[in-house]
Design a protein around this ligand. Structure first.
Ligand code: IMP
Ligand code: MG
Length: 174
């Protein structure tokens, strides 16, 4: 079965929105430093572009997690595949995700950084699918709220494909 990608958000619009979020974060953290925690692999393109648009001092580290099967989702935990290497204690952590779907991942990550005694914790997601939410979870900064469609590009994949597309698109099957 073949598939093709239908464009949803252009490269120009994605980059313009990321610049806006960068300005917003820069204003909110004026006089402070931020510690960007990029959730691999989906958020990598977004987090790097965003970090470039933040005018307060930024450090960046990377973490890879996988959610447990649906049976244990209520535990509200994620499995850590790769952890950050820097200490986040006392820092202004901004967790950067690609997309919020059920909300489980971002909720669990927020709880994790609370346990790790960050000075403050904010969550930032390039995309949000509010219709899909299973648990209460909102990001402090959202790029675009989108309908319930499976999207790829700008870091997001379908079976590891399409991450490097410079725009956001919907996978359509022929
Ligand atoms: P959740 O909010 O815990 O359900 O998980 C969000 C994660 O599911 C994201 O980090 C993505 O890896 C993945 N995901 C959810 N929706 C999509 C999509 O439309 N395209 C690609 N990945 C998605
Ligand atoms: Mg992901």
């Amino acid at each position: 079965m073949g598939e093709h990608i239908k464009m949803m958000i252009s490269e120009e619009d994605v980059n313009a929105r990321i610049a806006e979020i960068g300005e917003e974060i820069s204003r909110d953290y004026e006089g402070e430093e931020v510690f960007v925690v990029c959730i691999l692999r989906g958020a990598s393109f977004f987090a790097c572009e965003l970090a470039k648009r933040i005018s307060v001092p930024v450090t960046i580290d990377f973490m890879s997690v996988s959610s447990y099967g649906s049976g244990t989702e209520s535990s509200g935990e994620v499995k850590i595949i790769k952890d950050i290497e820097m200490d986040c204690k006392g820092k202004n952590v901004i967790i950067v995700e690609d997309i919020i779907d059920s909300g489980n991942t971002i909720k669990a990550l927020k709880a994790l950084y609370e346990r790790r005694k960050a000075k403050s914790i904010a969550t930032c997601s390039l995309l949000d699918k509010p219709e899909r939410r299973q648990v209460e979870a909102e990001a402090d900064y959202v790029g675009f709220s989108i309908p319930d469609e499976f999207v790829v590009g700008y870091g997001l994949d379908y079976d590891q494909k399409y991450r490097a597309l410079p725009y956001i698109g919907v996978v359509e099957f022929d």
